[in-house]
Design a protein around this ligand. Sequence first.
Ligand SMILES: [Zn+2]
Length: 320
Amino acid sequence: MPHAAPEIEVHPHASTRASPLARLAALACLLLLLSFGLCTAYVAVFGLRASEVPSSSRFELELAVLRGLAESRPGPLPVQLHAHTLAEESQSRGAAIAGESWRDAVERGYTAFEVIYADRSIMIDAPSPRSATSEVRIAFARRLHAADRILLSSTHSDHVRGISAFSSGDELADKLDLNAAQRREIESRSQLDWSDRLPERSPLQNDRSSAVEPGLVVIPAPGVTPGSQLVFVRLQDGREFLLVGDVVWSSENLRLLRGRPHLIARFLLGEDEAAVADQIRALHDLDPSGNLSILPSHDADELQRQSERGNLIWIRARTR
Ligand SMILES: [Zn+2]
């Protein structure tokens, strides 16, 4: 006797089609994958390039003018330049220089420059201490507090935060000399513990280069930040330094005429890339003869070279 075929229970609402919720989730995944793919392609094609450095610069930088300004203030010129590097780390070469390998490394330092006169000193920048040992912190704090004035090349936190980190209150406030744009940036971002109590004082010029001390000239260079500035130092024995802050992270940017990739410069740091490209051209075209050394704040390899040549005293957080 033949078996009866088993009955299959059919639910009236069952369907082999995906539910609206599952379809929505699949669509969202697809869109996510698509945007991830587009972002990756965009970064690969555009983000890793840098703004083209122009063949001539709109950024005025004349060594003869800077030398004239450096000699324009009465009094003896400084005698030495110290570089205090509070922390060092390896940085991807491709992040510092567009078009270079991201697997290779450059040595990145966090450095303050101290201009030494016979009877006083001026500090340029105050990096946050990061991983510095207590000995390094104490030694730098002493120099920072001993300085007559503190100037900043940029208001990025790695140039500013040391002022709060190395003081317990606002005792460094009277030493801090800002230009108007730097003051606005520090106040608006509350970068110091006492950003709302910055002392009233005349700001440094930020529309033209000016001597602030004998042998020490500030050069407004809006670009990395609106208040960024370069500092030209001329010593008694004729050695000259141009402290360029964050304009480039490596001296090789100047040699290769290539800035940071858009990904870093535009999207991460919000720089005015065209202005920075002009500055790179102007720095590249400076007369290489004479005693001028161009020092980016973060190029520890350059400091090593300068220190080995005896051009400056390098006080560093650790030895290699
Ligand atoms: Zn910096």
